[in-house]
Design a protein around this ligand. Structure first.
Ligand code: CP
Length: 302
């Protein structure tokens, strides 16, 4: 058979032969399977999280499955649950999911029998970003207890703010928030301070992206940097040791002056580098927990 275009081209004997071959492959697959498939299901745009997961997966020797949402059956109305079940059925061992719903994982985690990693949930959670931010702070200061961390920007729409504020508090950091009028979220129980107070007092200034896609107007943009962003003047007033973080992508000239993105205080690209290793660590932890980590992974890492 040089091409397979139609079932009509197969004889009855050939059909039976193919069924027999597939069945024996399925039985064989149950006995020996040292491949681990990680599936990246991103239903919202991503560069850093998705690509650093892929780098991390390849470094661990995993087989990478990458759903392209815009040309997937999601476009035919398939749900997240059915998509996840599909990947489980075809042999994925690990799912990385980003979805616009704040609580997409609530039902899924009980109904899917492979590990799931949250790559971003609506406005609610971005746990891998949180861990890479914590690692960046540890690298810089060697501790979190007592650090003045100010989270600045579009708090209302930020999953990073929600994950980071709570984790930092639990780890002993002193967390404050800073937001333009209308960008606050008072369900978060942290004090609000002004951008001028924030830049003067912080050890780490954790800037957030203005999430244009979650706003109905951007009429505030023209004066945003001057009124609420990190200008060069404000940066000069930061403490000598203070650092700048941002999860990115960055709106240059909006939440931060473009010239500061790679300034001496900036750890923005360091955060991205840390993302690879945090994601490797999380995947190793889960694969071990689920009894999926075999010698191959360790060997391939060495
Ligand atoms: N920080 C972050 O989540 O970036 P991406 O949206 O590009 O993944």
């Amino acid at each position: 058979m040089r091409h397979f275009i139609s079932v009509n081209q197969l004889s009855v004997k050939e059909i039976h032969s193919l069924l027999d071959t597939a069945e024996s492959l399925r039985n064989e697959n149950k006995k020996v399977n040292d491949q681990i498939f990680a599936a990246n299901l991103f239903f919202e745009p991503s560069t850093r999280t998705k690509m650093s997961f892929i780098v991390a997966q390849r470094k661990l020797g995993l087989e990478v499955l990458d759903l392209h949402e815009d040309i997937s059956s999601t476009r035919k109305g398939e749900t997240l649950y059915d998509t996840a079940k599909t990947f489980e059925s075809i042999g994925a061992n690990l799912l990385i999911v980003r979805h616009h719903a704040d609580t997409w994982f609530e039902d899924l985690q009980d109904q899917i029998s492979i590990p799931i990693i949250n790559g971003g949930a609506g406005k609610a959670e971005h746990p891998t970003q949180c861990l890479l931010d914590l690692l960046t702070l540890y690298q810089e200061f060697g501790r979190l207890r007592g650090l003045n961390v100010v989270i600045v920007g579009d708090i209302k729409h930020s999953r990073v703010a929600r994950s980071n504020a709570n984790a930092l508090k639990r780890l002993g950091a002193k967390v404050s928030l800073c937001a333009a009028p209308g960008f606050e979220d008072h369900s978060l129980d942290f004090p609000y301070i002004t951008i001028d107070e924030a830049t003067k007092k912080c050890d780490a200034l954790m800037l957030l992206r203005i999430q244009h896609e979650r706003h109905t107007t951007n009429s505030f943009i023209d004066d945003y940097l001057k009124n609420y962003g990190l200008t060069k003047e404000r940066e000069k007033r930061m403490q000598k040791h203070a650092i700048i973080l941002h999860p990115a992508p960055i709106n240059r000239g909006v939440e931060i002056d473009s010239d500061l993105v790679e300034c001496e205080r900036s750890r923005i690209f360091k955060q991205m580098n840390n993302g690879v290793f945090i994601r490797m660590a999380i995947m190793i932890e889960l694969l071990q927990e689920w009894g999926l980590l075999n010698e191959n992974i360790i060997e391939k890492r060495e």
